[in-house]
Design a protein around this ligand. Structure first.
Ligand SMILES: [Zn+2]
Length: 50
């Protein structure tokens, strides 16, 4: 069963198996697209969970 995550940028469901991901402050984030990943990298503080 797929372990779905939520894209922190646009709140879409993401399958981490085939999604780009980044680690920020020891948290792993998965993104629905490269566009959202780039968006996150420009301002991670804004999207990271507290
Ligand atoms: Zn997204």
């Amino acid at each position: 069963m797929a372990d779905l995550r939520t894209c922190p940028v646009c709140n879409m469901d993401v399958n981490p198996a085939d999604a780009p991901s980044e680690t920020f402050r020891d948290q792993e984030y998965s993104f629905c697209s490269e566009t959202c990943r780039e968006q996150f990298l420009m301002d991670p503080e804004r999207y990271a969970r507290a």
